[in-house]
Design a protein around this ligand. Sequence first.
Ligand SMILES: C[S@@+](CC[C@H](N)C(=O)[O-])C[C@H]1O[C@@H](n2cnc3c(N)ncnc32)[C@H](O)[C@@H]1O
Length: 361
Amino acid sequence: MPTTTGMKGGGYYDANSKAQRAAMEPFLPWLEASIERLPAPSQGQDCYRFLDIGSSEGANAVFAIKRLIRALRRVSSLPIQVGFDDLPSNDFNRLFLNLFPQGRLELAAEEIYACAVAGTAFGRLVPAGSLQLATTFNAIGFLNEKPKADLPNFILPMAPGPHAPRRGVDVTDQDLIPFRTQAASDLKAFYTARAAELVSGGQLLVQVFGRRGELSTSHGIYDVLSDALLDAVEQGRLPQVVYEQLLFPIYFRSLEELLAPLQPGAEHEDCFEVLQAEAQEVVVPFNQQWELDGDVNAWARQYTGFMRAFTEAILAAALPENLPQAEILEWIYERIEQRLMATPERYPFHYISIGALMKRL
Ligand SMILES: C[S@@+](CC[C@H](N)C(=O)[O-])C[C@H]1O[C@@H](n2cnc3c(N)ncnc32)[C@H](O)[C@@H]1O
């Protein structure tokens, strides 16, 4: 059972995911340049099939797919069927609104057919040998299963950031082993599924939030969330046990971890040829705006909206039913914004985006 309950819906994720778009953008030109080398559809199929995995409400996914359709249209006018996948908990209504903004499909060209697919990235989503192209952006860091392991002293199976030490907040390397193992097994399942779905010569673009050296995309976000939750515990708004049991089932990979299953001697070495791979620190729009206008309040507001979009559903599901959930959620996100305004140096945010373009052998 996938562990996440998805993004905050009703257009909230779309409105607060400029950073995710910035994280996908550096990798799109790789595929725009190589898309003309996709294998032509077999006779009888006569249509290209694309699948985007973890599309969420769709604004970013539709943006990316439009660019890829335009790139393919330089060399082919054949029909293209595009599938947008996410977990069943996703706001698919919003996805369809993004696909049909004026009541008709708007995907950059003629003869485009869109469909939605609900299922986990770590399993099979479409029939074998049916895809020319698969993409995934900012999605495969969510663990497919929560390992049976406790992490009472932090809320994420990663080391806390270096700038926000707090007594009692601590994760040892030993604590992380079950989560690292789960992330590695998820990734293998992801490659196994895509290897089955892609035709020979088909391409796979994988991009996800991650870490490089001392920097992790998790730093800042989960430090301020952890601080706000512990503030709530200290003020008697939340039982300590809620903090101890709360876990955001998200893993931030290094590029080496992303590529490990494809290395010589590893399980998927014969499945994919890596064409390009890189870890990049991307420019985060709200950090950039702060540098330009010095408005820390606006920075704190946008930072809070950005993290609320992908943390609220998981947090809400962890709150006991006998507590005033909506009130506590409001309090926590207000507290986060206040903390960011008051001590921004405690929560610097760096988006490390890792990506690889590969070809099915
Ligand atoms: C941060 S959003 C990314 C959305 C979009 N791709 C983007 O880059 O803006 C992550 C999405 O991945 C989805 N997701 C998480 N785990 C998944 C899984 N196992 N299979 C498919 N989608 C998953 C979530 O529901 C969510 O909509």
